[in-house]
Design a protein around this ligand. Structure first.
Ligand code: ADE
Ligand code: ZN
Length: 340
């Protein structure tokens, strides 16, 4: 199974670039930029990753972000993740980034964009890895701030495929951002939003995503299983869910493997991703292996998860078809039948 997962052509659709900041790199950047950190060794930093819910995770995540200052920092952050992804057999990435977490510290929007974009170009040229960016608004900031950042993205429109919504969900429903997401849609951006697992009013949030915002995808969204109508709507509209099992284990103490399996059986376009792999200590292959080792997922189920990922990717149809063909050819080597 390790060999099968390692060689499987993969798409990652839910990874926060800032969540790929490895402890060693965090310490090196802190030193280079003269930023004091409470923890002085990678081991001590990792020991501090003892989150038990979304707010406690976000506290650690935003603390790490402070070391990212220069264009080179952003380049290194993204390129190191792309190197790791490519060596894990990922062929296509849609990566989130959180501009408001940087502009609030005085980092110009273009510094961040230029660093990340240069890493994307180099990853394409050197690693053969294709990627797109999703600009995430922080839902615990104001709708006005989101609108200002959407405006800042205009000169970089060609470098960004869609917009998302992340950070602390409590009392920050999708409806708060209806105008800015409508404007983003009018500018041709694809739309997605986090509906983190077991959040307050989560079913209302998922409904708002579908009916008010009219998202193209939902990040997490696993609680949809509590409502048959929601499940039917997701299937009928072909809306994909980007699930992150190891992340779920940190914030809701469960790998959520039963839910993932149920969604597969219902025909929901569910996918498996890493979320914040440096913090959860698991990249995409470790997430897939956790489902195999701990919940007995079969090659057929894993292949279906990856088929879903390429199908819901924000790529032109011809590119998707090429990746899906690559996946089929790989699956044929293992005599994998279709999942049903
Ligand atoms: N920002 C980074 N990771 C996140 C997550 N898993 N949920 C919400 N906001 C995030
Ligand atoms: Zn996320």
């Amino acid at each position: 199974m390790h060999e099968f997962i390692a060689g499987l052509p993969k798409a990652e659709l839910h990874v926060h670039l800032e969540g790929t900041l490895e402890p060693e790199h965090c310490l090196a950047l802190a030193q280079r930029n003269g930023i004091p950190l409470e923890h002085k060794t990678p081991e001590a930093l990792i020991r501090s990753y003892d989150f038990c819910d979304l707010p406690s995770f976000l506290k650690v995540y935003y603390s790490g972000i402070r070391v990212l200052v220069t264009e080179l920092d952003f380049f290194e952050l993204a390129f190191r993740y792309f190197q790791r992804a490519a060596s894990d057999g990922v062929v296509y990435v849609e990566a989130f980034f959180d501009p408001q977490a940087h502009t609030v510290r005085g980092i110009p929007f273009e510094v961040m964009m230029n660093g990340i974009h240069r890493a994307q170009c180099e990853a394409r040229a050197v690693l053969g890895l294709e990627s797109n960016l999703i600009l995430c608004f922080l839902r615990d900031q104001s709708a006005e701030s989101a609108a200002e950042h959407l405006a800042m993205s205009v000169p970089f429109r060609e470098w960004i495929v869609g917009v998302g919504l992340d950070s602390d969900e409590k009392n920050n429903p999708p409806s708060k951002f209806v105008t800015v997401f409508a404007d983003a849609h009018a500018q041709g951006y694809k739309l997605t939003m986090h509906c983190d697992v077991n959040q307050m009013n989560t079913l209302d949030h998922i409904r708002e995503c579908l009916d008010l915002i009219k998202v193209d995808r939902i990040d997490h969204g696993l609680n949809c299983l509590e409502d048959e109508q929601l499940c039917n709507a997701l299937v009928e509209r072909g809306i994909g869910l980007t699930i992150c099992p190891v992340s779920n284990r940190f914030v809701v103490q469960s790998l959520t493997s039963d839910a993932i399996r149920t969604m597969l059986r219902k025909g929901i376009k569910v996918t498996v991703n890493s979320d914040d792999p440096a913090y959860f200590r698991a990249y995409i292959n470790e997430n897939l292996m956790a489902l195999i080792d701990e919940a007995g997922f079969t090659k057929e189920e894993i292949k279906q998860l990856m088929t879903n990922a390429f199908e819901i990717a924000w790529l032109p149809d011809a590119r998707k078809a090429r990746y899906l063909q690559q996946l089929e050819q790989y699956a044929a080597k293992y005599a994998i039948t279709d999942f049903c």
